[in-house]
Design a protein around this ligand. Structure first.
Ligand SMILES: Cc1cc2nc3c(=O)[nH]c(=O)nc-3n(C[C@H](O)[C@H](O)[C@H](O)COP(=O)(O)OP(=O)(O)OC[C@H]3O[C@@H](n4cnc5c(N)ncnc54)[C@H](O)[C@@H]3O)c2cc1C
Length: 389
């Protein structure tokens, strides 16, 4: 076992760090945060650099590397700016699903458009009545001749208000367990019967617009099906592992940003004639923050590495991803809270951006599987013995 990254992955780290430092302007981040605007210009530049999805092959507009590289881009971007880093990389949310399950035609038509920076996309699982539990859905897909008719509502869908298209998970009829009868479709937003209702007023991640996707008698054909009918739920579960590693990496980056800021502040700020870093109560916080970050990093890289391993069971990959996401997001919350404490009253104000990191970070413990659900995923693996310590 070697604890060092390959030179090409180190290069991805250097390139993404430099890119973020050169293009992520704090003033722009604040405007994006205040106005809830997607940073299109930066998104297009990220796409030009092939940094949107390093794990997807270059022929489809990806970076041609792997998930470890993708994880590191997320870490570096959110380390420089939590709002801009999260927003631009979420622009391609769902692209991995098209890569994993799409036909060649779908990959050329949809994947390239997103990864070239011409469009963003969405992946819609959540419904008003089904959040953590998507084993049964209210959005119905009914086959009529060679057409499919879709009806339902998806909510909290990232990018829906600004996307050209997205992926929608639907329920079909079936006589046994409902999750064995789910199907995914690629839906164009300009299709008749599709209505998007933007949802404003998020606490954080405000550069990433969300909305409801309302589907009323939307007529689709076989070409819109993504993957295999009946396998939609399993395709979603597999995709969640990738999203969870990205979320873990975002949390890691935000924690690093908070630590960088806290360390700098603590070595400058004086009280009682002493630099506050020389108070053990403060320096020990920094030591604990460092440990939480190191542990998050190891778990996140391990989970990213696992996703690239062809011979590893998908269920084991999902456990590694759940552990990384649960640990990294909860640890980052503690790290950012300690950073805010080190800043004292100044941390509570907007000026030092700690409060923005905190707001951007909070939802990472909710979406892509809440912390409670991830514990359930880990326990399921232990109980069923496909994961052992
Ligand atoms: C900013 C934002 C962006 C989002 N983007 C997307 C997106 O792009 N696509 C998409 O499909 N969804 C998206 N979501 C939805 C997100 O995935 C859901 O909010 C999340 O899965 C939780 O579902 P819920 O909100 O309905 O909460 P619920 O499932 O109702 O859960 C409520 C509480 O109960 C707990 N709970 C539920 N079941 C259990 C259990 N078995 N054991 C213990 N505790 C349990 C949960 O952990 C939580 O604390 C987004 C949400 C937000 C806030």
């Amino acid at each position: 076992m070697e604890f060092k990254l390959d030179p090409d992955i180190e290069l991805v780290r250097r390139v993404s760090r430099e890119f973020a430092r050169n293009h992520f302007d704090e003033k722009i981040a604040r405007i994006v945060d205040e106005k809830e605007e997607f940073p299109w210009e930066i998104y297009k530049l990220v796409a030009e650099q092939r940094l949107l999805r390093p794990s997807i092959p270059e022929e489809y507009g990806g970076g041609g590397f792997n998930m470890l590289a993708e994880s590191i881009v997320h870490e570096e971007f959110t380390r420089v700016d939590s709002t801009l880093g999260q927003a631009v990389l979420s622009g391609a949310f769902g692209s991995k699903l098209i890569y994993l399950y799409g036909t060649e035609r779908q990959k050329r038509k949809y994947l390239k458009r997103v990864l070239n920076g011409d469009s963003v996309m969405y992946a819609a699982f959540t419904e008003p009545g089904h959040g953590s539990d998507i084993t049964k859905l209210d959005t119905r897909a009914v086959k009529k001749g060679d057409r499919w008719i879709i009806n339902g509502v998806k909510t909290f869908i990232t990018n829906a208000p600004i996307a050209e298209f997205g992926i929608v998970l639907c329920q079909m009829d079936g006589d046994d367990k409902p999750y064995r009868h789910q199907i995914m479709f690629i839906v164009d937003n300009d299709q008749q019967g599709v209505k998007i209702n933007p949802l404003k007023g998020k606490m954080g991640q405000r550069g990433s617009p969300i909305g409801e996707v309302i589907l009323e008698n939307v007529e689709l054909n076989e070409e819109n099906i993504l993957g295999r009918p009946g396998r939609g739920f399993y395709q979603a579960l597999n995709f969640f592992s990738y999203g969870r590693v990205r979320a873990a990496s975002n949390a890691l980056g935000m924690a690093l940003n908070a630590l960088d800021k806290a360390l700098e502040y603590a070595t400058e700020r004086e009280q009682f004639g002493t630099k506050i870093i020389d108070f053990q109560a403060i320096s020990h916080k920094i030591a604990v923050m460092t440990q939480l970050i190191e542990a998050s990093r190891l778990l996140t890289y391990r989970a990213a590495w696992a996703l690239d391993e062809e011979n590893l069971d998908n269920r084991v990959k999902s456990i590694y991803a759940a552990i990384a996401k649960r640990f990294s997001t909860e640890a980052a919350w503690k790290v950012v809270d300690m950073a805010l404490q080190i800043f004292g009253g100044y941390g509570y104000m907007k000026d030092f951006n700690i409060e923005r990191i905190m707001r951007d970070l909070r939802v990472l413990r909710i979406y892509e599987g809440t912390s409670e659900i991830l514990n359930e995923v880990i326990l399921h693996g232990l109980k069923n013995k496909y994961y052992e310590l």
